[in-house]
Design a binder for this molecule. Structure first.
Ligand SMILES: Nc1nc2c(c(=O)[nH]1)N[C@H]1C(S)=C(S)[C@@H](COP(=O)(O)O)O[C@H]1N2
Ligand SMILES: [Mo]
Length: 231
């Protein structure tokens, strides 16, 4: 992404962060949407963290954040799983569907400031794939490889979480192209740039390898509750 686009992301972020409570003169004035967001920020998740991470604003619909789309469809799509694994494996779409399937309802948090609550996804847990390929002891990181060289990286401890999936459906339908069809990853508890769209490969590595946004100044750890947005 070019410099001006990067700046506009920061501007959006500043705006989102600054509008939670608008203090007007002479009185205090709070917008309706902001009240909703304040209520959400007070709501707690089962893990005790607030539903809305700091400086995030809830949106009603997913936003298409762009990226260079893949060209594969479900017929010719392949997923290469490689690196520190005992059994390197290539899956086609049907083989992915043959694995144990999960439905996941989760919130996703974009680093530009929006949060989509209660989104529904269908797919396969990353741990199911890890068991299949026999991930080795020395694998400490997972690198998601997407179309046109986009990558994102997470530690293997994050990859083992139940809500980390490889998704092929969204609200009960096939994933829309703009949102990563035929298959994307979902890492709900990290900023959304970790969730690679148009997934083509999964590489298990001993060493970390910062991804596309992580190399451009965005946080490698990307924890929304610690507000780890930038390096
Ligand atoms: N392949 C690929 N995956 C990607 C991106 C991208 O540019 N290319 N953008 C990331 C970013 S920054 C975000 S916020 C989410 C956006 O997903 P969405 O467009 O489905 O909302 O996808 C992530 N995954
Ligand atoms: Mo993003």
């Amino acid at each position: 992404m070019n410099e001006s686009k990067k700046l506009s992301r920061r501007a959006f972020l500043a705006k989102a962060g600054g509008s939670v409570v608008s203090i007007g003169l002479p009185g205090i004035f709070v917008k309706l949407m902001d009240l909703e967001n304040l209520a959400l920020a007070a709501e707690m998740r089962p893990d005790g963290r607030p539903r809305l991470p700091p400086s995030q604003q809830a949106v009603k619909k997913i936003i298409d954040m762009g990226g260079v789309q893949g060209t594969a469809d479900s017929k010719n799509w392949r997923l290469q799983i490689h690196g520190e694994v005992g059994r390197p494996t290539t899956l086609n779409f049907q083989e992915l569907l043959n694995l144990s399937q999960v439905d996941l309802t989760c919130d996703v948090h974009c680093v530009t400031g929006w949060t989509l609550l209660d989104s529904h996804w269908g797919g396969v847990r990353l741990t199911t794939i890890m068991d299949l390929v026999k991930v080795k002891e020395n694998a400490s990181f997972v690198i998601f490889e997407a179309a046109s060289g986009y990558t994102s990286n997470i530690p293997i401890s994050e990859a083992r979480k139940e809500n980390v999936i490889v998704a092929h459906s969204f609200f009960g339908r096939e994933l829309p192209r703009a949102h990563g069809a035929p298959v994307r990853t979902l890492v709900p508890d990290r900023y959304f740039y970790k969730s690679a769209k148009w997934l083509e490969g999964i590489n298990f590595t001993a060493q970390d390898d910062p991804g596309y946004w992580e190399r451009q100044g965005y946080s490698n750890s990307a924890d929304p509750w610690r507000e780890e947005r930038f390096k």
